[in-house]
Design a protein around this ligand. Sequence first.
Ligand code: MG
Length: 107
Amino acid sequence: MKSNNNTQYLYNTITRISELVDLDDKGSSEHFVGLVEEVGEIAQDLQIENGFSCKGHKKPGDGVLIESLDAAICALCVYFSHGGTMEDLPFVMDKKLDKWEDLLKGI
Ligand SMILES: [Mg+2]
């Protein structure tokens, strides 16, 4: 677990995303399309950063690190716009992370 400041920052950030989704007219399908676009930007920038041009003439985007966060924001927008709540998020997230951790540890 990171410091309390980081924990509080992440909580506030995710809360802010949920509030922005409430102000947004888009539904989960539209947010999902945004997520796919951001994933495409990650793919494009990975290709460029790894020395492979992406179809020859694409300009780099904001870079893999930033595009990854764009995708994370969009994924959370899908979660909230599809009815996910701040209250449920820690339980759902822990369940998913426990599952991934068990897989990595061969449990
Ligand atoms: Mg982007």
